[in-house]
Ligand binder design. Sequence first.
Ligand code: PLP
Length: 341
Amino acid sequence: MKECSVTHPPQIHLARLPTPLHPLPRLSAKLGVDLFMKRDDLTGSALSGNKIRKLEFVLADAVAQKADTVLTCGGAQSNHCRATAIAAAMLGMNCRLLLRTEDPSNPPFPEANILLDQMAGAEIVWITPAEYKSRDEIFEREATALRTAGRKPYMIPEGASNALGAWGYIRCIEELVNDIANLPGGPHKDSTIINATGSGGTSAGLILGTKIFDLNARVVSVNVCDDHDYFMRVIGEICEHAISDFQLEIDFSREGDINIIDGYVGRGYALSRPEELSVICDLARTEGIFLDPVYTGKAFFGMLQELKRDPGCFGERIIFIHTGGIYGLFPKAREIEPLLR
Ligand SMILES: Cc1ncc(COP(=O)(O)O)c(C=O)c1O
């Protein structure tokens, strides 16, 4: 990858970058809009998805601090935890994961992301949804236990979504500047970047990046949990911390720069509706691309619904960020199978 044109914090190169920007010709023709996909599902195979972009910065800090164990958290099928476990193995570090499940005494069968976590050697601590809400205390408890055992822990917040992790998607915008320069209409076409938001770091990086690299595009995020106000706050805080920590000389306002499309959480976080799974199956058939049921499938479904309502709402060109998550499909096999008949 070519060197960054702005000064950025240290980065460890673990992902396959730059990722390609693929046109979706058949769907574009059907929708009457130029639709492209930034294939961040191709950042690696087991490592696939958006998290590794953020982890490249966060883990560089962990290594600089001479940590030997990374400690992070997420839902049972967390893509972030899987990426952290694999990246830790690549760096010769230990990894401890705090994973959320209804009944820690009866944890889920190790399939999909959990299987990969365990194969990569991560230690799993199962915690309840109530404990997860006060996870800072559990982080402290686990960090103390690790220190007592002579280890040097480094704590990574949910989704690696902090000011440092935001650099992953600031740099993704740098790639997009190059990608877009090569498209018909170049940078002058009215473009919208669409992504799924879950812990806010991807959106924050994309928003900051468009400003830093002066990209003529609006970032629109579809929330897959919580609501509009929650993400205005979370994304706003990450952007503001990054601006202050890294002295970024950009104008930013929560109201002016954060665009959340609320209304597509559906049955709840990680719960699917048949219409969302159908959209995932349709895209696999029409373009050979697999979205995930928890994040990208919901965001793509939301984007299609918005286009139905107003075909011009995203301008002439859409760039959908495929943030990965393919392993999330496997625990949904029983819900997907009836849609294939
Ligand atoms: C596949 C996938 N897409 C999107 C997201 C959302 O990204 P963020 O947590 O940075 O908001 C996540 C993680 O939460 C994810 O695993």
